[in-house]
Each structure stands twice: as C-alpha cells, then as structure tokens.
Design a protein around this ligand. Structure first.
Ligand SMILES: NC(=O)C1=CN([C@@H]2O[C@H](COP(=O)(O)OP(=O)(O)OC[C@H]3O[C@@H](n4cnc5c(N)ncnc54)[C@H](OP(=O)(O)O)[C@@H]3O)[C@@H](O)[C@H]2O)C=CC1
Length: 549
C-alpha cells in the first residue's frame, strides 16, 4: 500500500470505546483544530466492560466482566468525569447499569459517537518506523452473530495514524491459579464446576450448593457475599489476607476520607489511624483473614457486608487451596478438607495483555511480563521507545479509573499538539519508571495485581500541575477573587478531591466547575445547580439506552 504523507492535523487512533477510550476521544475533540480522531470499537456499543453482557453460547467469552449485581466501589463524586458532573441525586455508589448509562450521556453530551467506528475489530497496531514514527492500524468490520453463512468475510483494511491511544483495558483476560487436581486429566482430579469470575453473572445457579470462592479482591468478596445471601454454602479461600474496607466510614463515603490533606501526612501515620478506626468500627477479624500488611499496602478490597457475613458463619474464611479432588473433595493448606464442593469460582484477577500490539512495546522487551503483569511505561502511559503511542487506563488505582484516564488524556493530547513541554527523554523516562517500580515494590505485596498501582489524587495532581489545571491558590484567587478563591482552595485541601477541581482553572476549564464543586461538597445553595441536574431532564435530549434499572 502507498503510505500517504502526513497532514497538517494529527491523525489519532483510539483503540476501544470504554471509559478510557471515551475520554480519549473527548480530549482529542478539545483540540479539534489540530487533531482528527478515529476510535475503533469491536462491540456495537460503547462503555467497555461496564456494559453488562450475558455469557451465552453465541458469546461465550465477552469482553465485559461485570456481573448483574456489580456496584462500583468509587463514590460518584470521585468517579465523575471532570466536566460532566454525575447528577447530585444519583446514588453515591452506582450500579453497573447506571455507570454504562452515564457513559452514554457523556458520549451524547460531547457528541462522541460519530467518531467511533462500532463493530470494528482491530487486528494489528504496528509501528511503521517511517520518518514521522507513524502507526498502521489494520481492522475489519465484525459481522453480526446472526449473519447468514453466505455473507462474504469482512475485508481487512489498513489506515495510517500519527498517534495511537491504546484504551482496550486490562480486565478481560482471566488469570487462573494452578492447583493440583484442577485439570481433569486423571481419575484423581476434581469433578465439580470451575469458573473464573470473568464469566460469572448471577447467583441463581449456585443456590443451595457448596461453593469455594478463591481470592480476596473485589470480585471475590462481592461474589462470596452475594452467593451467601442466595443460600449457597460459601468458603472464601485467600492466600494473602488483606484489609476489607466498608463503603462508608465515619459517616462519609470511604473515598471522601482520603483528601489532599491525607496525602500530605506521612503514610505510616495514615496507616496507623486507618488500622485503629477499622479495629473500632468493624467486627473482629477472623483468624484466617488477619491482614499480613498495613492498610493501603494492597489494592483496596471494599465490602461492607463481608465482615458481618463472616461473623454469621454464612461465609467461612479458609486458607489457600492445597489440592483439588478426587471427586468433589477440596483440601486447604491448613489441612481443612471440604467434601462435596459443587463449584469453585476463581476470582484470581487478570493478565495484562494487548494482543494487537507487539508485546515488546508495553514490556520494553522483557520476557515473562504477561505472567507477572510487569509493564514499562512512563506515568503508566508512554513506552519510552515508542513516544507516538500511549496506553490509557493501564493502572490500578486507589480511586476510580475514569478521572485518572481523563487526566492522562488531557496530558497526552496537549503534549501531542505542542501546547506543553515535550515528553522527557528516553533516559529520563526510564529513570522515572525505575523509581516508581522501586516505590511500588516497597509499598505493596510482590503480586501481579500490584504492578501498576497509583494513588488517584497525587498522580492526577502531578499531571495537572504539568498541564496547568492544578487549582493553586494564586490561580483560584485570580479567577474567583480573594474570598471565593480562598474558600475553594480550602475545599480542594480538606474536601473530597473530586475531579471537578481540575476544571476550576487552567486550559479547558469548565464554567460549571465552581457550582459542581460546592454542590458535591453538600452546600445547599448549590443543590439545584443546572450543572448537577439529572440528565433525564437536561436539555441535551433523550437517553440512548434503556439499560437503567
Ligand atoms: N464492585 C467493584 O467496583 C468491583 C471492582 N473490581 C475491580 O476489578 C479489578 C479486578 O478485581 P479482581 O477480579 O478481584 O482481581 P484482583 O487481581 O484484584 O484480585 C485477585 C485475587 O486473587 C488472588 N490470587 C491471584 N492468583 C492466585 C493464586 N494463584 N492462588 C490464590 N489466589 C490468587 C489474589 O491474591 P494476592 O493478593 O495474593 O495476589 C487476589 O486476592 C480490580 O481493580 C477490582 O477493584 C472487581 C470486582 C468488583
């Protein structure tokens, strides 16, 4: 094929139209005079894994891993995109249907759909190594599941882009443990059902059955509680006990307690306080669940009901599995044996994988990285030797993914169009990556789920400072006057660090940011603000989906 010459405007490919892809498109559109954006989405809908999809014969391996009852663990005030506030009267914690609906409204509000090529599967994203370091994207359209066999196979096409934003997610390729007796290749093997949480949808199939839930991440605790409430006999097997946080703490949503002031305090002090509060406010910890590390040293596992279910004996904590089989027998590392186990649900997390890319790009050529989930990206975005592409959402936050992805996109787009300092040199990026990895390895357990950890506010603040949208006192005062500027500054320090704060000042600030900040802070005078009204009644038109329950 003849490779066209680069145009004046940068051509950007966004791979995936989930939470990260949507904000990538939107941020590109904020520089639409300088960027043409095209998003590729293999499904016929947007929203990525937040769009609930049944597991069926026609669709045995969907991209989505949400189960029917998934409720997001970040409060609406902290998960909102920064210039499109989630309405004030929505629940604090959104069920998955409502998260998907919010994405629909975001796409509608910023007119994102017309930039998305739905039902278009990307096969390969390849560096051209031409003088402009451009990228080729090969793709084809996806035939509907009910297409007649006479329909000719889709044509593979190729287009050239100046820049690629990989937004395809990292919670879709299940990671399985490797217990003796798992594989049914001998008469001693386990004969009950085995399922990864990625494929779990609802509890009905397990009513009155004995189920072992493996893991102690959010999938494991959600499933253990749901199954126990649905009359399953539940054993919760974890190899590394961790702190289980309630959704509400001290009368506030859990994440509202982690303010910028909290981040100014030394970590050990915060950990001491958190451990003390937990010990006073939650039931005594079961002997098999005693955390091995301090709070905030593992990805937060959040469930208000689990400690209570354990004290009622309806969820029984057990050690890690030692051996499965024969038949339906399961033995644990402390010698406990449970006979007649009907099903084992592996809530053992995911591999980081980008099948359309040369794996050496995300790992910098290091072997075994998919197994260990190690990546080599600057600020979880830029692979140092491939600066014309970036990953978005490739991190595991203490906080919500959406606003961090949004901040990454703001940073990437402004760098791309030359409105900010250029990226650091390869050597500087490598140095930063080494330092970050060192920090992570001292703070967190050495586990594949902890390789890309990030603290929401500190990470976003650092990018926001580079962009110029961090709400400094001087900027707030010059924009809102001395009194209001000071009040807002106090709110950004002592209040929950809502992403809205990043639209108070700086490039692409938002006219609704002040009202939304005060509305979220609970100031009655702003409760009726037009920027916090329910989308149903907003002037921008009708909902595009009826998935809301
Ligand atoms: N309601 C919500 O908002 C929900 C959010 N999520 C999010 O989705 C993401 C994925 O969560 P999840 O599916 O729970 O996966 P995670 O990776 O967070 O957790 C995996 C769990 O499995 C354990 N595990 C992994 N390998 C093995 C093994 N070989 N043997 C025994 N145990 C093992 C891990 O233990 P170890 O720590 O020792 O590695 C860990 O406890 C997270 O970001 C989570 O927060 C998930 C569900 C619900």
């Amino acid at each position: 094929m003849t490779v066209p010459q680069p145009q004046q405007k940068k051509r950007v490919a966004v791979i995936g139209a989930g939470a990260s892809g949507l904000t990538a498109i939107k941020e590109c559109l904020d520089e639409k005079d300088l960027i043409d954006v095209v998003a590729f989405e293999q499904e016929s809908y947007l929203g990525g894994l937040w769009r609930y999809v049944e597991v069926s014969e026609e669709n045995p391996n969907p991209h989505s891993s949400v189960y029917k009852s998934t409720i997001i663990n970040t409060s609406k005030e902290l998960m909102t995109f920064s210039d499109f506030a989630i309405p004030l009267d929505w629940p604090t914690w959104l069920p998955n249907q409502k998260v998907a609906f919010y994405f629909d409204k975001y796409a509608e509000h910023f007119d994102l759909r017309r930039h998305i090529r739905f039902s278009t599967k990307v096969l390969e994203v390849k560096e051209l190594h031409d003088e402009h370091n451009r990228w080729s994207v090969r793709f084809h359209s996806v035939l509907p599941a009910n297409a007649s066999p006479d329909v000719p196979p889709p044509v593979i096409k190729e287009e050239i882009f100046d820049y690629v934003m990989m937004c395809s997610g990292h919670h879709w390729k299940p990671r399985y443990p490797n217990f003796p007796g798992m594989v049914p290749n001998n008469p001693e093997a386990y004969t009950g059902e085995q399922l990864h949480s990625h494929f779990y949808r609802q509890a009905d199939a397990y009513r009155d059955k004995t189920v072992i839930v493996v893991g102690l991440g959010n999938s494991a605790v959600d499933l253990a509680v749901e199954l126990s409430l649905n009359q399953s006999e539940v054993y919760l097997s974890c190899r590394r006990p961790a702190w289980i946080a309630p959704r509400w703490l001290l009368g506030k949503p859990l994440d509202h307690n982690v303010t910028r002031l909290t981040h100014m305090a030394p970590l050990f002090l915060v950990q001491l306080i958190v451990a003390y509060i937990y010990s006073r406010l939650t039931p005594p910890i079961h002997k098999n669940m005693k955390p091995l590390r301090k709070p905030m040293e593992s990805h937060p596992t959040i469930n208000t009901l689990l400690p209570e279910r354990i004290t009622t004996g309806t969820v029984k904590p057990v050690k890690n599995i030692k051996k499965l089989g024969p038949g339906k027998r399961v033995e644990f590392e402390d010698g406990t044996v449970v006979e007649h186990v009907d099903a084992i649900l592996y809530c053992t997390g995911y591999h980081i994988s980008f099948p359309v890319l040369d794996p050496a790009i995300v790992t910098d050529g290091k072997e075994g990285s998919e197994e260990s989930n190690q990546v080599w990206t600057w600020n979880y975005m830029v692979p140092p030797r491939h600066p014309n592409m970036a990953f978005v959402g490739l991190f595991q936050p203490l906080g919500a993914i959406m606003p961090i992805s949004e901040m990454q996109c703001r940073f990437l787009v402004r760098t791309l169009v030359g409105k900010m300092e250029p990226l650091p040199s390869e050597q500087e990026m490598d140095k930063d990556i080494v330092a970050l990895k060192k920090y992570i390895s001292t703070r967190y357990d050495d586990a594949p789920r902890h390789t890309i950890q990030v603290d929401y506010a500190t990470f976003c603040d650092s990018l926001a400072t580079k962009i110029g949208c961090f709400p400094t006192l001087s900027k707030l005062v010059s924009r809102f006057g001395v009194v209001e500027g000071l009040r807002l500054k106090m709110e950004t320090i002592f209040g929950p660090p809502t992403p809205i704060h990043y639209r108070l000042v700086g490039p692409h600030d938002w006219e609704g940011a002040r009202e939304a900040t005060w509305g979220y802070a609970g100031k009655p005078a702003f409760a009726g603000s037009k920027y916090l009204k329910d989308f149903q009644s907003a002037p921008k038109g009708k909902a595009t989906t009826t998935l809301i329950q």
